[in-house]
Design a protein around this ligand. Structure first.
Ligand SMILES: Nc1ncnc2c1ncn2[C@@H]1O[C@H](COP(=O)(O)OP(=O)(O)OP(=O)(O)O)[C@@H](O)[C@H]1O
Ligand SMILES: [Mg+2]
Length: 267
């Protein structure tokens, strides 16, 4: 049975080419060692969900992959390109290479409040990527149609619900045509009844074959969409595996304790 028939069936592991290979990523803020040697392999089409306690370094991992944060040590190679070695100094070009490959969707949508939905969507392509405006508009409208927001293209962010704003945030990331989508708790700031519409869009993107790394504690979603779940604690990946294994038979005591706290917060 394919995953479209049974929503809880695991997705077949994507067998795409290697998109990103990170090794030994380390980062400290002052005396606070936040990442203690993170290894990550991403193949095209793979969906990786990162879980772990607050402060364990999840956001810092995403920011490092996106070039927003510069690790102190470790290497990243993207899509057969040159290996960036953080310990030996990172050039502007290295940072740009990382930034251009990925697009990040944040917990809060971060839309420009004084721009319309469509203006928000075409901002990156037109201003940063120098795409012709007519082309960016046509592509932006097509993307908004895909997430059911075409009729909102001239609305301002404050005229949208939180779920609609977050869907615009996703479209804004897609408009950059990245190789890699990074989501940092994309639904955790939403009212519960709006979570589903955003997760549905992300799940569709996963099924379409987008490569993505998500920080999310929506375990039902992770079960359905993730190829691999990584559990992080204190700046290290403690355990990784298929969601059916991690969620039902975690090997590590720390993973068990963490999942227990999420699943049974009042115990
Ligand atoms: N710019 C910064 N300057 C100083 N410390 C930082 C900075 N960014 C993150 N940290 C620290 O790094 C650690 C990891 O933070 P990070 O945001 O990556 O955790 P997280 O796992 O995403 O947590 P949460 O689940 O709360 O979002 C924390 O101790 C945090 O205080
Ligand atoms: Mg975080």
């Amino acid at each position: 049975m394919s995953h479209t028939d049974d929503p809880l069936a695991p997705k077949p592991v994507a067998e795409g080419s290697v998109l990103l290979e990170a090794r030994g990523i380390r980062k400290s803020f002052g005396a606070n060692e936040v990442l203690r040697g993170i290894d990550l392999d991403l193949r095209r089409g793979q969906v990786v969900v990162l879980i772990g306690p607050s402060g364990s370094g999840k956001t810092t991992v995403l920011r490092s992959l996106n070039g927003l944060e510069t690790p102190d040590a470790g290497t990243v190679a993207v899509d057969g390109g040159p290996t960036i070695d953080f310990a030996s100094g990172v050039t502007k070009g290295d940072r740009a290479a990382l930034r251009d490959r990925s697009a990040m969707v944040f917990q809060h949508h971060n839309l420009f409040p004084h721009k319309t939905v469509l203006e928000n969507v075409i901002e990156g392509p037109v201003r940063v990527q120098k795409v012709a405006k007519a082309q960016a508009v046509a592509e932006g409208i097509a993307l908004l149609e895909r997430v059911g927001l075409a009729e909102k293209q001239d609305a301002y962010p404050h005229e949208l619900s939180g779920g609609q704003q977050q869907r615009v945030g996703i479209v804004r990331a897609l408009a950059l045509k990245p190789d890699l989508l990074l989501f940092d708790e994309p639904t955790s700031a939403l009212d519960p009844e709006l979570v589903g519409e955003v997760l549905k869009v992300i799940k569709e993107l996963a099924e379409e074959g987008w490569t993505m790394v998500l920080v999310s504690h929506e375990l039902a979603f992770a079960r359905q969409a993730a190829d691999i779940v990584l559990f992080m604690d204190h700046g290290a990946i403690i355990e990784q595996g298929h969601p059916s294994q991690i969620f039902t038979a975690p090997r590590e005591e720390r993973t068990k304790r963490f999942l227990d706290r999420i699943l049974r917060p009042l115990d």
